[in-house]
Design a protein around this ligand. Structure first.
Ligand SMILES: NC(=O)c1ccc[n+]([C@@H]2O[C@H](COP(=O)([O-])OP(=O)(O)OC[C@H]3O[C@@H](n4cnc5c(N)ncnc54)[C@H](OP(=O)(O)O)[C@@H]3O)[C@@H](O)[C@H]2O)c1
Length: 295
């Protein structure tokens, strides 16, 4: 939902994608403060409802960017919000059985993932992803601030050698079960802090985790993977938005994306409100999970 208003003569240079992205970051409250005297402000406004309007023509790339991110930025700015994203094959795999997942989706979806990191206060991954990928989880393919990195490692099986624990690029929270947590929250060099949350069923109490993240001012949360982690957030009813980028690839085997307890009838499946966004050769299914939410 947007309007394009053409400004006065002499202001007809189309708004470019990087300018539009700065507006999105500002609407989310995560743009760097502009230096005094730094050029004209970009004539694009994002409303609280996520609709955008521009007083100048907007390039097609910038318009696509605003359509995708303006509603997300507005929603994230409004309060606690949890979005998950997975890149998967046509047959629903996010990695080979051995854990190779780079890269299932194309460059546009990788940039999208980095933009989600920049828009959110925290990025969450499971121990499996850290063990197999040794990711950095910072923002490199877009401009914007790094999120706090949150690693779910209930029994502290990961050693300290992984980059999220050593590179100091952003703070890292190591989340383990309460019974495996250090007696007092301890920060190590490189701003790594281990915190405990209660166990619930066969995993961690993710609602308690989100409460703790919010207490720390981390209300916008991006669950980046892998499949087990996203599925557990989904199962506990804690996702507001689920984004699946489907790549035209068939593996025929490998690690599943979403895996939930077995259903016996189609009626038990969830049919979601969705919008489709083309990302190069991939298709992003941007699905609303919160009641009444339209993506
Ligand atoms: N295509 C994509 O979008 C994408 C994105 C990210 C990662 N990946 C790939 O995904 C693969 C890893 O994914 P995965 O599904 O196997 O594993 P994962 O989700 O990365 O990690 C799962 C592990 O994290 C811990 N964990 C996560 N949620 C938990 C919860 N609620 N309670 C307790 N523990 C929890 C558990 O550790 P314990 O086992 O210690 O109990 C669990 O086994 C890698 O190959 C990676 O390359 C793909």
């Amino acid at each position: 939902m947007h309007e394009r208003l053409i400004g006065p003569e002499g202001e007809s240079r189309p708004v470019a994608a990087d300018e539009a992205w700065r507006v999105v970051l500002a609407a989310r409250g995560r743009a760097p403060r502009a230096a005094p005297g730094a050029g004209d402000p970009v004539p694009v406004r994002i409303g609280r409802d996520g609709a955008w309007m521009s007083r100048r023509p907007v390039s097609p790339e910038a318009a696509g960017l605003l359509d995708l991110y303006a509603p997300l930025a507005a929603r994230l700015a409004a309060g606690p919000f949890v979005v998950a994203h997975l890149a998967q094959t046509l047959d629903g795999r996010i990695a080979t059985r051995g854990g190779a997942s780079r890269w299932i989706s194309g460059a546009a979806d990788q940039v999208h993932t980095h933009r989600l990191r920049a828009l959110c206060d925290a990025v969450v991954v499971g121990a499996g992803t850290v063990a197999l990928d040794d990711p950095q989880l910072n923002v490199r393919e877009a401009s914007g601030p790094n999120p706090v990195r949150v690693v779910l490692d209930p029994d502290r099986r990961l050693g300290g050698r992984f980059r999220v624990f050593t590179d100091g690029a952003a703070p890292t929270l190591l989340v383990c079960a309460e019974d495996r947590a250090p007696p007092r929250p301890a920060r190590s060099a490189g701003a790594v802090e281990a915190i405990g949350v209660p166990r619930a069923g066969d995993g961690l109490d993710l609602r308690a985790l989100l409460t703790e993240l919010r207490r720390r001012g981390l209300a916008g949360v991006f669950v980046e993977g892998g499949g087990v982690t996203v599925s557990r957030f989904l199962r506990q009813g804690l996702l507001d938005r689920l984004q699946i980028a489907v790549a035209p690839v068939i593996l025929g085997s490998g690690r599943p994306g979403i895996a939930l307890p077995e259903v016996r009838s189609l009626a038990e499946g969830r049919r979601l409100a969705v919008r489709h966004v083309r990302l190069g050769a991939d298709m992003l299914f941007d699905c609303a999970l919160a009641p009444g939410g339209e993506p």
